[in-house]
Design a binder for this molecule. Structure first.
Ligand code: GAR
Length: 206
């Protein structure tokens, strides 16, 4: 493992989780550095946020599919992440599923944040699924990425209440605030070598 611990962050959206991670690093709470940020969306806020902070940021055209990357794009991402010598891939609002080639290249070294208490509500707009279902407690999950959809071993979860007057937007905002606390904490535990995986169970070894 290189020193310092190097993160490769992938995102498709505005990048608030990337900002939370960058802020935690700057505050000395996360012993790592962001080596590279990649996006499948040229106009994504995450690329602008990275560039503002002097982090190398690259748009990789995803190809013709909507929910996955074309093989060529996936290989370009693997290549960019290898060149950046990343120790951990951090998915921060990356809205495409990663396939075999990518998963094999970084086996056990990819994490994701999902806006629900998994295994409830995998997939898209999880906060809206939770609200429509009528649950009273929602939240977010940080998990390792496997070949399924939001199905890998769970590293951490943070609950938030669902209020009677909530809209999809207000609930999503509360869940995102929880993500911004939970995600840097989980990545810091991995960077410090405090995480041990035993089958589906992820335990703190310290
Ligand atoms: C986050 O809320 C994250 O949980 C969600 O996308 C948002 C990205 O926000 N990810 C998924 O739904 C993945 N299944 P951000 O770009 O501001 O970090």
């Amino acid at each position: 493992m290189s020193n310092p611990f190097r993160l490769g962050v992938l995102g498709s959206g505005r990048g608030s989780n990337f900002v939370a991670i960058a802020d935690a690093i700057a505050a000395g709470k996360l012993p790592a550095e962001v080596a590279i940020v990649l996006s499948d969306v040229e106009s994504a806020g995450i690329l602008a946020q990275a560039r503002e902070r002097g982090v190398p940021a690259q748009f990789i055209p995803p190809g013709k599919f909507r929910t996955k990357l074309e093989d060529e794009a996936e290989l370009a991402m693997v290549e960019a992440l290898r060149m950046a010598r990343v120790d951990l891939i951090v998915l921060a609002g990356f809205m495409r599923v990663l396939k075999g080639e990518f998963l094999r290249a970084f086996e056990g070294r990819i994490v994701n944040v999902h806006p629900s208490l998994l295994p409830s509500f995998p997939g898209l707009q999880a906060w809206k699924q939770a609200l429509d279902h009528g649950v009273k407690v929602a939240g977010c999950t940080v998990h390792f990425v496997d070949a399924g959809v939001d199905s890998g071993a769970i590293i951490g979860q943070q609950p938030v209440p669902v209020l009677d007057q909530d809209t999809a937007e207000s609930l999503h905002e509360r869940i995102q605030a929880a993500e911004h606390e939970l995600y840097p904490q989980c990545v810091a535990a991995i960077a410090r070598g405090e995480i041990r995986v035993a089958g589906r169970r992820v335990v703190r070894s310290r």
